[in-house]
Design a protein around this ligand. Sequence first.
Ligand code: ZN
Length: 1059
Amino acid sequence: IMFKTEKVLHLKSSRGGKVRVVREHYVRERVSCGCAVCEAGCDRDGKLLSGDVTHYVVPDAVVVRDFLEVLEFRELQGIVFTQTACQAAHHARGRRHYNRLRGLLKDPRHDCVLFANEFQQYSYCPREKGETQEKWHTRCVYHAAVWYYNHLAGLKPVVMITEDQDAVKEYSSLNSGVYVISTREYLETFWPDLQAAQELYTSISQALQERESEATEKEYTEHLPAEVLEAGIKSGRYIQGTLSVNKHRAQHEAFVRFEGSSSKNADLNSDILISGGKLRNRAIHGDLVAVELLPRGEWKGRTTALTEEQGEEKTGEDAQSQPMPSGRVVGILQRNWRDYVVTFPPREELQSQSRNSQKILAVPWDYRIPKIRISTQQAEALQDHRVIVRVDSWDSTSLYPNGHTVRVLGKAGELETEIQTILIENSIHVPAFSEAQLREMPVNSADQPWQMDGAEVSSRRDLRDTHLVFSIDPLGCEDVDDTLSVQTLPGGKRLELGVHIADVTHFVKEGSLTDLEARSRATTYYLADRRYDMLPTVLSADLCSLLGGVDRYAMSVLWELDAESLEVCKVWYGRTLIRSSYQLHYELAQSLLNGEEAEVPELAQLESSEQGQKLAELLQALETLTRMARHLRAQRDKGGALELEGVEVRAQLDEDKNIAALVPKQPLEVHETVAECMIYANHWVARKIQESFPHQALLRHHPPPRQEFFNQLIDCAKTRGFTIDTRSNKTLADSLDHAVDPLDPLVNRLMRVMATQAMSNALYFSTGSCPEEQYYHYGLALDRYTHFTSPIRRYADIIVHRLLMAAIQSEKQEGLHKTLASNKELEELAHQINNKNRAAQHAQKQSVELFQCLYFRDKDPLTDERCVADAVIYTIRANGMLVFIPRYGLKGAVYLKNREGQVVSVRDDGSCEWQVGTLQRYPDRISTSTSRGTHTFHLFDHVTVRISVEPSRCHSDAVHLELINNKPHQAVRSGEAQPAGRGQSELVREVVRREEEASLQAEEQKSRRPKLSREEREFRQSRTPNLYSLLQEISELALLDLSVCHPPTAEPQTCTTSA
Ligand SMILES: [Zn+2]
């Protein structure tokens, strides 16, 4: 039954006037309360408030508007959001805020519900004459709270929180059973231990008070209203795109990357330069903005010079390139603000700054973010700390954006603080798994060992007695998520290859808390010294680890191949039971293949005849596997698969967390064999799910690179007499293979680096949102590809496992058990996962740089031999060059011209000094001329550099390189400093690296268990690194998207040292 009433609204018109609107409003008696404890027979659909709380809390509209962040603490439970409060917050703060609120309401990890109080007959109250909107809202919320209390028959106390002191007085005295208190009092009384929430509350309310006393003089042009922007974009007058700030010239140079192609600007295929702060008009890096082009006469060029970090450098005219389309920001379509880590100004500066106001200017860690104005009384106490802040607003009257502090991270310069900073800066949230999540996990303990379920056993194909299953992993690896099998089928005409992957989706049900957490993490995060798992340890290191000699659930792909031609005759996909017979490590497998003497631990106890027979069986399996992998690889090679190089090297740490020298091991063929089988499985699963769900399958593609990005590579190769043909991946792969300098293997390696950097990222996508000809994976030379083989550490694989099961079920005509995600939902998810992967790569890279700085920080560059190293020039810039230091896997800028305008001059013995002179740049070389003569540095020349650390108070420290000799560096002790695996695929080197790490950790655990246990608890949510990040990321070119960390440019290379 519904009742009609009237609702009077006062809306602001676009001209600023007020309009009174009367709407029909329907109320009803039954509106669900959404409580688990309800005894009044409400609907029990959807999310329910936990009954396991001491009270329910109902925030007033202003609290929801201004302090939503505080309500976002997961510790706060039993929150009832009223419709009144939500609508008011939406109205006042806009869509973004509202979406955040909706996200909270949907997320089962937050104990809160929406109560539609305005539809409830008894809690709805119309506005009274003369009543202000705020008072009315507060009254509505109060009535809702009273209704709640009565509806639950007093089972739970109800607390209403408000910022309105009059309301506290007025309603508290009504004695309705509902407590009405201020937000501050609520936090102090009910959550005395939740210090962080109280601090955040204080910080936000300070920021709010400050804003009321703002000046009114305009610093910036007003943004245009949304309707005007929308119309302007449609008509082509304005251009829509994402603002990207050049981190090396953050105050002066930003670009708007063009999104979509509006017909009017079809000829405009470059980025748009936004020069200076006024034209940037309060847009912050990452915001979606609308831009108006400036007249041609006002266009400027981008800077091509290497720049000193903070951007205070002067730019000569020679450093500017051709004028390019330039524009100004006329409006912001979407703010993409995140949490920022900042440092407060030093004491001296603080005093001069705060003379006039309570506000201080905090400097963000990220160079691209402007200083943020914050009101705090803690500025002095937090001098040397890193602090998280959020930006609240940036009005046209304020030179800087206004924000408030959220949390103190710790002292700057300390490892933990810096690591946390890197995580926050990449928007990576990896809290400890919650109790509720862990309660979803199966138990496997000594007194309660996990057992297979009878029904599961009978529904799966049992391979335990029929298939010889084994795993090959790095030594000491504990989490095995893939295994292999291979056998000759009866009759001898056919072979069967099997890839068996941990059946993670059996344990992680869709929509469960574990699933949601894994989905929001999207991946396991690997940093230089630690990792944060996507799934709890009981899965990743135990029940989903396909260990030897134990029964496990698996998802399998089995191929029947022609024994001669290795053509695929039949493929079977499905859920299986396996028991791995051998847990091999790479060296052991390779030794067996090489016919060397090797002891297989699983066979040690057997009698010699049986041992010999089993060994022969295993060896035959390994040999067949190798033959198949060679065949598969050859097929892909024919299609144009690329082997590329990256130069990221992960820091390996000794006991004191110093980087231990790289001790290379021989790369082994068996690494590639395993990788090839995984690629094959991923490919075939991609085919299967795409055929079954042509519009809603999750695949991974690698778009072909834009030809102009190869120009640098082509030019560089030419200087050494090589021709690089970039017309296709096949020609590129072939010409790279031929571009080998027998005297210097680094030449080939650096060219592969350039090729890599010319390419874009491999990305996940939904099949419905991309034409079929764009499914192609350029790097792997496969027409379809996805991720299936590592569900423990990648959420994409979890989705793919579910899709594969759905495909199998629909085929069996069982009908789909559940509805699949729509194309749109899947595409959004793919987008989210791509972003998280990029964040993971950045965080990893930054943590490596952190460790490099930590390594060099305590060494004296003038006396320590380790600070002097050989470097190879790989890019020429206007005032210097970029070099690669093989010994440390480090890239950086070397300047040939200093701030005083002096240039590097070379003495007879090759040593360098600064002298007055000039600089001349050519495509393949750069020359300095001084009174001593002219000295030229060519691409691929080896020089000697000195490495030191440039400390930074507000940002990360940076490695600084100084040219000290124009000759190659001769290491004092030979051998040790030489890099390994030159010209090898990065995949192989990556395996080697992980392998070392795994054994290092295994050793570490044996010897130093107790010492590490705190960290292990905290960071290494499971113990050994997982093999898989090596397999796909590199071999499939999940390359770092350089466009994100560097200014967009037609030459994708930029300086990375000072990064
Ligand atoms: Zn109810």
